[in-house]
Ligand binder design. Structure first.
Ligand code: GDP
Length: 254
């Protein structure tokens, strides 16, 4: 008999799943990945953006469990299983940090090839969380990642991390700027993009990310879908025209 699916409170249940996340496997190449048997959520970001810190906070890890600082795992695709009653419901996939300066050109090309292959081709990829420093959001490397993912018609969540480096007004300014840039680019990407503020240092902004993970993995319950509010808040959902919304149409997910 199959185990009951967690379906009551999407945030606390997905938080629970995230807190119990289990290392599954590392892969140097897309061809070494496990079977695409459950939905995967990829987490990407340029080196030093704060991706490992964000993953540790999202999964409520106190000590570095995630990837980019774990010896031997820095250049690999690292997969973590979200497990409920011994049943794998989804995976978090920590992609190698891109834009790392201290590697030679051919190594860089090989990474880029694997990243683009994963993003453009992995059939069970449910969504992408793109971690970006709030002060340098949507730089050329971020846009490159989005363009690899762009034809998939799958959602992206832009996580503006290191928000603690800015005051409240500056945070709101950067949030609005990122939303505007995403709206402008939405027709080309053709995918829904949401944005939220995050601080690994202060451990804030975790719920919005967990909320997205829950939605993408289908762990939300219909009565608790969080759309329809007009307040932009710290998190916003930018509908891509391909999904039926008008460019510029924003709905809070708070
Ligand atoms: P990664 O290379 O993207 O995995 O980046 P890390 O998570 O290792 O973070 C890079 C640096 O930024 C480290 O020195 C972290 O302590 C720092 N850092 C990460 N997140 C935050 C944050 O939210 N606020 C601040 N102030 N520093 C952060």
């Amino acid at each position: 008999m199959s185990s009951p699916r967690p379906d009551r409170n999407p945030i606390s249940l997905v938080a629970k799943l995230a807190a119990q996340v289990q290392f599954l496997q590392s892969a140097a190449k897309v061809s070494q990945l496990p079977r695409p048997s459950v939905p995967e959520i990829a987490i990407a970001g340029r080196s030093n953006a704060g991706k490992s810190t964000a993953l540790n906070v999202i999964c409520d890890r106190r000590r570095m469990a995630f990837a980019s600082k774990t010896p031997g795992r820095t250049r690999l695709i690292n997969l973590f299983s979200l497990v409920w009653h011994e049943q794998e419901l989804g995976r978090l996939v920590d992609l190698p940090g891109y834009g790392y300066a201290a590697v030679d050109a051919s190594t860089l090309r090989a990474w880029q090839q694997q990243l683009s292959r994963y993003l453009a081709g992995r059939q069970n990829l449910a969504g992408l969380i793109l971690v970006t420093d709030i002060r340098h959001a949507l730089g050329p490397l971020d846009r490159q990642m989005l363009s690899w993912f762009g034809q998939r018609q799958r959602p992206v969540h832009l996580l503006l991390t290191k928000a603690d480096k800015l005051n409240r007004a500056e945070q709101q300014h950067c949030l609005a700027k990122a939303q505007k840039a995403l709206e402008a680019a939405a027709p080309a990407w053709g995918q829904p993009v949401s944005v939220s503020l995050f601080s690994g240092l202060k451990r804030t902004g975790r719920e919005a990310v967990l909320d997205q993970i829950g939605l993408w993995l289908g762990l939300d319950s219909p009565g608790q879908k969080k759309t329809g509010s007009t307040a932009a808040g710290d998190n916003a959902f930018v509908k891509a025209p391909a999904q039926g919304g008008e460019a510029g149409d924003m709905t809070s997910v708070v």
